[in-house]
Design a protein around this ligand. Structure first.
Ligand SMILES: Cc1cc2nc3c(=O)[nH]c(=O)nc-3n(C[C@H](O)[C@H](O)[C@H](O)COP(=O)(O)OP(=O)(O)OC[C@H]3O[C@@H](n4cnc5c(N)ncnc54)[C@H](O)[C@@H]3O)c2cc1C
Length: 266
């Protein structure tokens, strides 16, 4: 019979040391993805090392022109945080649109990023806002973090401790949600800072990606009309039981246009 141990880490160093000592041990965030994988026998860690009660890991603070969100911050905490709502309302709205109340009460930013589900919302927020992932040993730019299907730049024993989100001039995240799971069939984050525009798309490929054609069009003309005029190549997009690649390609500029409208409204 499969059994596992549960341990609560006192600090980041102890959590990492536990995984270094036992390669079958895993960090536990809110458990919203990992416990489901364990129930399906897709994962069978020897030890679950709970990292959500590490002092300071759930803290959200403003530093210079960034909001620093602790990796153990729950989605509901990010949604409700006054600084996030005021300075990056798109991020608060993204967190508030994840799953359902229970998922938002338990799921964490760090867990969502480490999991890197191809239809998850936070990867689009992190990549679209050009954030920096902070771990126990280094910082990783969002552009270098997401590597493929459920694959990130993290080492197996590397702990995400926080994410630094630069505050954009205007931003919005819009997703076409799967009505059952609420994951993104396609989700688009648009962020403008000065003349630079970043557009990140989730739900459409193996992993979140930046959409250059939309970024170029919107850098020249930050309008919904400019977004709607962009044609997206469907050849590298996903087809599954929910939608064809062509349908996803159609959705990307439509959602980007809605995101621009929301971003401009503020
Ligand atoms: C019904 C349902 C609907 C959902 N809908 C959405 C949605 O609409 N949009 C969306 O984006 N997501 C959605 N999710 C996923 C949700 O956001 C999860 O909370 C998230 O994917 C995992 O976060 P967690 O904290 O629960 O991590 P866990 O399940 O605890 O862990 C996931 C993985 O991350 C690792 N990990 C955890 N914390 C860290 C850390 N600090 N550093 C490094 N590795 C770590 C774990 O070892 C594990 O491999 C949904 C989930 C469910 C069950």
């Amino acid at each position: 019979m499969y059994t596992f141990q549960f341990e609560r880490a006192a600090d980041a160093k102890a959590a990492v040391a536990r995984l270094k000592a036992d390669p079958d041990a895993k960090f536990l965030g809110g458990g919203q993805s990992l416990l489901a994988a364990m129930k399906l026998r897709l994962a069978s860690p020897s030890v679950l090392v709970d990292v959500v009660r590490i002092p300071g890991m759930a803290e959200i603070r403003v530093e210079n022109n960034e909001i620093v969100v602790g990796a153990a911050a729950r989605h509901a905490d990010v949604e409700a945080n006054a600084e996030v709502r005021q300075r990056i309302p798109a991020l608060a709205a993204l967190a508030g649109g994840i799953g359902d109340r229970q998922v938002r009460a338990m799921g964490t930013l760090g867990g969502a990023l480490a999991n890197d589900d191809p239809a998850a919302c936070y990867p689009a927020g992190v990549l679209g806002l050009g954030a920096t992932v902070v771990t126990d040993r280094r910082t990783i730019a969002a552009d270098d973090f997401f590597k493929g299907l459920y694959e990130t730049a993290l080492e197996p024993d590397e702990l995400i401790t926080a994410v630094r989100f630069p505050i954009p001039d205007q931003a919005a995240y819009v997703k076409f949600r799967n009505p059952a799971s609420r994951f993104a069939l396609v989700g688009v984050m648009v962020a403008r800072t000065g003349n630079a525009v970043r557009v990140a798309v989730t739900g459409a490929g193996d992993s979140v990606f930046r959409c250059q054609p939309l970024e170029q069009a919107l850098a020249g003309d930050f309008s919904a009309q400019a977004a709607r005029g962009v044609k997206i190549d469907a050849s590298s997009l996903n087809t599954d039981l929910h939608a064809s690649a062509q349908y996803r390609a159609h959705l990307i500029p439509v959602l980007a246009a809605r995101a621009v409208e929301e971003a401009v409204k503020g």
